[in-house]
Write a new protein. Structure first.
Length: 278
């Protein structure tokens, strides 16, 4: 498919997490068209084997490219940990932007020398995290939590409820007792609970949301490639899910602050994304 200025930015995540990145992209580049894919039929990714996440990510990339994507944003730390390097090697002509836990800015900002990192088990196990820690932690102590069950609560739109609070308190209390002053959000679902994190941790703890920096990187790459859309237009977003389209549709105004139509897609042999009727 030829690449045009009007071609969309392709974004994917296991579910609604990538909407935190999409929100930043919409704020910085409202003229860009976007195709968003949430693999809600397979969520959560965080407890799956790396190889399987790679397979899903490759199929979703093919799906987004077939819809004309001019760049692919892997708006999922887990998929980035499992598949970003693989995707770059496989699709040599495609530009990818991925996520990595923001250990570098956190290590630069901390005064206490202790930083909390919230991410999925797969992200913590991946080579990407190990390399970020090795390059940037610089003697700073990182306290990690996988916040089990938090992704599922956010998928239900439960951003403030008792269970969400319980999970976050369990994760953050031991970190706060050890005097962390910075929290890294290493999962794209988590920016939606920043108000609750801030309430539990207090306003003096800095919470790092990587989404605006990722959106700036997308913008830089599009500019460098001469691929920015006409700034006078308003880009629209097409949403696809392998889960329940009505559930995603009803969450869009809450999480993204705008509404949209959601199409349902299916998986064939867990390796090809196929359009579905109705
Ligand atoms: N949003 C994904 C991430 O950034 C993880 C959610 C999942 O476990 O599926 O890591």
């Amino acid at each position: 498919m030829p690449m045009l200025l009007t071609s969309p930015i392709g974004i994917f995540d296991s579910g609604v997490g990538g909407l935190s990145v999409l929100k930043a992209i919409r704020a910085q580049m409202p003229e860009e068209m976007v195709v968003y894919f949430g693999d809600q039929g397979h969520i959560p990714y965080g407890s799956r084997p790396m190889e399987q996440i790679r397979e899903f990510s490759e199929a979703i990339t093919n799906f987004l490219l077939a819809r004309g994507a001019k760049i692919i944003v892997v708006a999922c730390n887990t998929a980035s940990a499992a598949a970003l390097k693989y995707l770059r090697g496989k699709f040599l002509h495609v530009q990818f932007v991925g996520m990595e836990p923001a250990v570098k800015p956190a290590a630069e900002a901390t005064q206490t020398g202790r930083v909390g990192v919230l991410a999925t088990p797969a992200t913590f196990q991946g080579a990407l995290y190990a390399s970020v820690v090795e390059r940037f932690a610089n003697g700073v102590e990182l306290l990690q939590s996988t916040c089990n069950g938090l992704v599922q609560q956010i998928e239900r739109g439960n951003l403030h409820g008792a269970e969400t609070r319980r999970i976050l308190e369990n994760a953050l209390r031991p970190m706060l007792e050890k005097n962390i002053d910075t929290v890294v959000l290493g999962c794209t679902h988590y920016p939606f609970v920043i108000p609750l994190i801030q309430e539990i941790a207090g306003e003096n703890v800095r919470v790092i949301d990587p989404a605006p920096a990722v959106a700036r990187q997308v913008k830089r790459l599009l500019e460098a490639g001469g691929l920015r859309n006409d700034p006078s237009v308003r880009g629209d977003v097409r949403f696809y899910t392998s889960g329940d389209p009505d559930a995603l549709k009803s969450l869009l105004p809450v999480l993204l602050g705008e509404s949209g139509e959601v199409e349902r897609v299916g998986w064939r042999h867990d390796s090809v994304v196929v359009p579905l009727e109705g």
